[in-house]
Design a protein around this ligand. Sequence first.
Ligand code: ADP
Ligand code: ADP
Length: 225
Amino acid sequence: MSYVEFSTISKHFGNSVAVADLDLQIEQGEFFSLLGPSGCGKSTTLRMLAGFVKPTTGTIHVNGRDVTALPPEARDIGIVFQNYAIFPHMTVFDNIAFGLVERKLPRGEIKQKVDAALAEVGMTGFEGRYERELSGGQKQRVALARVLVIEPEILLLDEPLSALDKKMREEMKFWIKNIQRSVGITTIYVTHDQSEALTMSDRIAVMDQGRVLQIGTPVEIYEQP
Ligand code: ADP
Ligand code: ADP
């Protein structure tokens, strides 16, 4: 059994079909991308795994557990969106600590975990800064640290580079890939950008109009017409 299994998952909005009979198997530790044009169903697929959107048909299993009917907070999933919503009135430290404080961890443990997360994303020394004092790439790294510090089973990244300029995008690609590799976390990455998917992924599902057209490694995807 694969780590994440979508079995005949579909999502209808009224009469329109956003996702149609999707079958996907994603392995533990894999960096898996959903690639396709805007409106093809990538975000809806991700949101169904996160529990924000209820599938019309089908089931989703994570690590052998049926999560189809579970609310988002009962799933062990971290998600980063393109608009890195970090809290502007909180320092970088407090942003990253947020989920740990909510979980009522002891203060010493929080400090230890936040320091480790800061180091992981190369932001040691920035703990006292506020959002307005950070570049787009730095904000995105804080958003990533805030999710990773919770140690979720799965990391979902929805177009995380779209709001960044080209230079910053290249830099973030490197950061995301390195962090993912060192943490070894199963990651699903949504993008419309073929070169992002090809350079970062272990495997790619190419989607169009709610369906998967092709699944393969970057080499397989690149070499097929
Ligand atoms: P992508 O992430 O690939 O851009 P989405 O999953 O956001 O695609 O959207 C797939 C399709 O479903 C689109 O046609 C979109 O307009 C539609 N859609 C997404 N969310 C909703 C919603 N809440 N209500 C109605 N239609 C939606
Ligand atoms: P994304 O950039 O992730 O594709 P969208 O801009 O398509 O997101 O959608 C933003 C929000 O609007 C989402 O919550 C989505 O479910 C909703 N949405 C998208 N398309 C429609 C639609 N046609 N009708 C109603 N809601 C929609």
